[in-house]
Design a protein around this ligand. Structure first.
Ligand code: SF4
Ligand code: SF4
Length: 392
């Protein structure tokens, strides 16, 4: 059941969404990264230089540990595959995967493979996406509220219609884990390799999975940061919970994931949202907001107040001040993820004690878990040079 006036849907409660009557769909033009190309409040010579350091021959680095030529070289190499896909259609005013959905696909097969049921089809899609390298896969229905009202081109600086065709009513959501050790070295250019490699893997997973569906005779469009918000879809698809730091927290990798989507008309059984105590833990934890060097993360309660036009309106939640966050990235000349590094959910969950801590975090003993986490030194920075010099 839904209340069209307020935008509320009955499934929102299970997902933890609190949508108010002031809800407005998001226009990609106001994403802080898009604003860094046209809005004088965000755009600067330094922001242009920031982007160039990722994509042009390296010219400047520092002696500081984590910001040497080798650190930048590795970061940019990790981004390389994703960048190639993104740049392939720039002459057509498309940056696929970031401002535009992928069109780098072969035609849809003329004959369709029929599936016994949506459940069977969903099971198969998850198996295939994981075989292509997805760390996590969930499925949900298309929800217009999370689709961008318009896209925005960083090249022509114009708004463009969102070109996901009608009728693609199912969304396969993928998550790629980011490297734990690299994230432990934040702030560093080296840690940016975790983000870059996450995107490069993501591009492979969504393109290949979409092509598989197309080869079966169904339409499928691969997507990364383009076309829609990703976190609400990931929550609805059961991949994790929303958190104070504004990102998805998964059970398997904490906040250390990059998200991808495949929009398709292949009927698929959908997943349900999961809860494992993140909201309750964030209520008592301030590790990310305390650690953020520019205080871009709220230390208060979830609210409908916004910092600026880069925030989604009409949803009660923790919101990040994207302007402050991006300004810090530009100043340090590499992306930051201090909030991810210090989060008690940022663990290597292949370790039994990390899994035990996660269970504890979901119980009334969560304050004990938080105290232990700090006491044992989790979240402290690992020296980047140790990553380069360790053996084995
Ligand atoms: S990425 Fe860095 S600057 Fe941005 S919110 Fe996280 S800690 Fe703050
Ligand atoms: S650091 Fe603490 S408050 Fe911030 S997202 Fe992680 S668990 Fe939540």
């Amino acid at each position: 059941m839904s209340d069209e006036r307020s935008g509320f849907r009955s499934s929102d409660e299970r997902a933890g969404f609190e949508i108010t009557p002031e809800f407005e769909r998001f226009n990609q033009k106001y994403d802080v990264f898009r604003r860094s190309w046209w809005d004088e409040r965000v755009k600067s010579d330094k922001s242009a230089l920031f982007y160039r350091t990722y994509r042009e021959a390296l010219e400047s680095w520092r002696k500081a540990d984590g910001f040497t030529q080798k650190d930048y070289a590795l970061r940019n190499a990790a981004w390389h595959v994703s960048d190639i896909f993104t740049e392939l259609k720039e002459s057509e005013d498309r940056r696929e995967g970031f401002t535009d959905a992928f069109t780098l696909q072969r035609e849809v097969a003329s004959e369709r493979t029929e599936f016994e049921s949506p459940e069977v089809a969903a099971r198969e899609m998850k198996r295939v996406a994981k075989a292509f390298g997805a760390s996590l896969v969930g499925i949900t229905e298309l929800d217009e509220r999370w689709m961008y009202t318009s896209k925005f081109s960083d090249i022509s600086l114009t708004e463009k219609p969102n070109d996901i065709p009608a009728g693609l009513d199912w969304v396969v959501v993928t998550a790629q884990q980011m490297d734990y050790d690299w994230i432990r070295t934040v702030p560093s250019a080296l840690s940016g390799a975790a983000t870059g490699l996450g995107y490069s893997h993501d591009a492979l997973v969504v393109l290949s999975t979409a092509q598989y569906i197309r080869n079966l005779g169904y339409n499928a469009i691969a997507s990364m940061n383009d076309s829609s918000l990703a976190v609400p879809y990931a929550i609805k698809a059961g991949l994790g919970e929303y958190s104070r730091l504004g990102l998805l927290i998964t059970k398997e990798f904490g906040p250390r994931v990059r998200l991808g989507k495949i929009f398709t008309d292949l009927p698929l059984a959908t997943d349900a949202p999961i809860r494992f105590g993140v909201k309750e833990f964030c209520d008592i934890c301030r590790r990310c907001s305390d650690a953020c060097p520019v205080k871009a993360i709220s230390a208060g309660e979830p609210t409908t107040e916004v910092h600026n036009e880069s925030n989604l309106r009409g949803v009660r939640k923790w919101s990040i001040d994207g302007e402050r966050c991006f300004d810090y990235w530009v100043k340090q000349n590499s992306d930051c993820a201090i909030c991810l590094r210090v989060c008690p959910y940022n663990k290597d969950f292949s370790r039994w004690w990390a899994r035990a801590g996660r269970v504890l975090a979901g119980t009334p003993l969560r304050r004990l878990m938080l105290w232990l986490d700090k006491r044992l030194g989790f979240g402290e920075r690992w020296k980047p040079r140790e990553w380069w010099t360790r053996t084995g």
